[in-house]
Design a binder for this molecule. Structure first.
Ligand SMILES: N[C@@H](CCC(=O)N[C@@H](CS)C(=O)NCC(=O)O)C(=O)O
Length: 214
């Protein structure tokens, strides 16, 4: 049985969302963050050597899969169960858009957000230029892209939207720019908020917590 291990208020919400988009049969286990340091509890740390969310497990046909890292998990789920869904055709002009944003999400956008968080936690009076500059560029590029295309992967919703989603929604609970400056991003947030799969995922992953869509 496929099990999604979701650490509350974390990037593992992506995997719940993907499972709902694909209509998969899966078990969802919720874990609260530790009270003292907001990190994953020991039970979560025991799942995988990195001990960070997301992690999936799947015990099937004598194989016990334990897989971490959002992109690896999404690639695995799409390869196993996607049947071509949520990735544009290789020959489509949407394919490179999808690839760029699918990888920008963790390769640059979230990495930069984490560096900003770390600098703030360390008491930096201001962010180092390479962090601040990259953050501004990323947000501006996202805004421009979503003014030209409805989805990160171009004309259709794709796994790139799932990858980008956390940084544009729940991660903003920890800080982020003034959304008044980003009407195209706000329109995208409305579009994902209207998706039944997103609504189901967030109700299951974060019961009682309204998704951060404004
Ligand atoms: N690049 C990783 C990032 C994972 C990550 O940083 N997860 C955070 C939550 S957003 C985490 O598990 N934090 C709790 C901890 O470090 O104990 C991925 O996407 O899987």
């Amino acid at each position: 049985m496929l099990t999604v291990h979701h650490l509350r208020i974390s990037q593992s919400e992506r995997i719940v969302w993907l499972c709902e988009e694909l209509g998969l049969d899966y078990e969802l286990k919720l874990y609260n963050r530790r009270e003292d340091n907001r990190l994953a509890p020991d039970e979560y740390k025991a799942l995988h050597p990195m001990g960070i969310a997301p992690v999936i497990t799947d015990a099937k046909d004598g194989h016990n899969l334990v897989l971490g890292e959002s992109g690896a998990i999404i690639d695995w789920l799409l390869a196993k169960h996607g049947k071509g869904r949520l990735v544009p055709a290789v020959d489509s002009p949407d394919f490179p858009l999808h690839l760029f944003w699918y990888h920008h999400a963790n390769g640059t956008f979230m990495t930069n957000a984490m560096m900003a968080l770390a600098a703030n936690a360390a008491g930096a009076a201001q962010l180092p230029e390479f962090v601040a500059g990259r953050g501004v560029k990323s947000w501006q590029l996202i805004e421009r892209h979503l003014g030209e295309h409805p989805w990160f992967g171009g004309s259709e919703f794709s796994a790139a939207d799932v990858m980008m989603g956390f940084g544009l929604t729940t991660a903003r609970l920890f800080g982020g720019p003034d959304m008044a400056d980003f009407p195209n991003i706000r329109a995208w947030l409305k579009r994902i908020g209207a998706r039944p799969a997103y609504q189901r995922a967030m109700a299951k992953a974060e019961p009682g917590m309204p998704p951060k869509l404004d």
